[in-house]
Write a protein that binds this ligand. Structure first.
Ligand code: NAD
Length: 361
């Protein structure tokens, strides 16, 4: 079948009142899970991903293969490609865009600043331009980040807190993304929902994140580096399990465009909303390590270092009462049981048998 036919088949909802969703970053960690969840309940889903090599592209291809099995077509393409977007929006009238494509990671920005500008700013604008010119316009739900709270010291972090102290270029581009989407909301009437994810983890996760690389090194008998804050205080993160995040994303899509605006600043006919999606239960990095050791049945070789001040923040902690009220968001998986699920996936994906210490496939 032609490209248009493939895209249209994938975008067609199976159930009455089903959504038709474009998921950018669909072969990424969160994108894969969100795409599957939507497809499983009968929505139509088309993915878009550029399969860049920020981390192992073979993991992205494996996720794509899983999506293909579930009849989700993933286009190999870039959000900066305006012509591709025009062709796609010509072929399909999407009801929603779930925008997850981005240059993620905090430390990578030190060496690769322009990668963040390209995907998180220029790419975002190209995508919003395409959405804006559709009639009717799709409702946009996109991933901001807890990193916008930066060096905020008031906990837990609430959506109404000032976000004027970003600690990394990544955080700065997410914060700028909130301003950019807000502008498209009030000038062009685009319905916007920004989701501030808090440290998402789970099966099919991102190899650049600490829980993943710790698992890899512990299993290979290699040392892991644990950073401490300047005053010797342990770093802490509000780790949020992928299934909880997916529920928050799906609820955001379901309520997008229908909001009364009480979920955020309502500045035009269409809603502009921002929600924290976290777990409200921060865990220190040493505790994360000890949970992994218990699950892997291997002792970690820990090298402690002072945090080098390259973009990491000392702690994150979400107040989720707004998402609870507006989206019915209610995280149910704690770090202990979520990591058990991650370790089980990791062992099976990388070909470890039992809990023996074997090298990676
Ligand atoms: P990910 O890197 O696994 O997924 C992003 C995907 O987007 C990748 O598959 C990548 O190939 C694709 N991509 C990047 N630039 C692109 C471009 N220009 N065009 C097309 N595709 C492109 O990351 P993730 O963890 O799944 O994150 C999803 C979103 O959530 C991102 O916007 C990220 O910034 C945000 N976020 C994630 C976390 C987390 O803890 N995982 C926390 C806060 C925010």
């Amino acid at each position: 079948p032609s490209w248009e036919r493939q895209v249209q088949a994938s975008a067609a909802p199976r159930r009455d009142s089903g959504l038709s969703v474009l998921v950018t970053g669909a072969s990424g960690f969160v994108g894969t899970h969100v795409s599957l969840a939507l497809k499983k309940r009968g929505d139509g889903v088309v993915g878009l991903d550029n399969f860049n090599n920020y981390y192992d592209p073979s993991l992205k291809r494996a996720r794509q293969a899983m999506l293909n099995e579930h009849k989700v077509f993933v286009i190999d393409g870039d959000i900066n490609d305006a012509q591709l977007l025009a062709r796609l929006f010509d072929a399909v009238q999407f009801s929603h865009v779930m925008h997850l494509a981005a240059q993620a990671g905090v430390r990578y920005a030190i060496e690769n600043p322009h990668s963040y500008v390209r995907s998180n700013l220029a790419g975002l604008v190209t995508l919003l331009e395409a959405c804006k010119s559709m009639n009717p316009q799709p409702a946009v739900v996109w991933a901001s980040s807890s990193s916008v709270y930066g060096l905020n010291e008031k906990v837990p972090f609430s959506e109404s807190d000032l976000t004027d102290r970003p600690a990394s270029l990544y955080a700065a581009t997410k914060k700028a993304g909130e301003e950019i989407t807000h502008t498209y909301n009030h000038i062009y009437g685009l319905s916007i929902t920004g989701l501030r994810f808090f440290t998402v983890y789970g099966p099919w996760g991102r190899p650049d994140m600490a829980y993943f690389s710790f698992t890899k090194n512990i299993l290979q008998g290699k040392p892991i580096t644990v950073y401490r804050g300047k005053d010797g205080v342990d770093l802490a993160r509000d780790f949020t399990f992928i299934e909880d995040i997916v529920k928050g994303c799906v609820a955001s899509l379901d309520t997008a465009g229908k909001s009364t605006g009480s979920g955020g600043k309502k500045t035009g006919p269409a809603p502009y909303r921002i929600f924290n999606l976290g777990n409200t239960s921060p865990v220190t990095v040493p505790t994360l390590v000890s949970i992994l050791e218990r699950n892997l049945k291997v002792k970690a070789k820990i090298v402690e270092k002072e945090m080098p001040g390259n973009g990491d923040v000392p702690f994150t902690h979400a107040n989720i009462s707004l998402a609870r009220t507006e989206l019915g968001y209610k995280p149910t998986t704690d770090l202990e049981s979520g990591l058990k699920r991650f370790v089980k996936w990791y062992m099976s994906y990388y070909g470890y048998r039992n809990h023996a210490n074997k090298s990676e496939r």
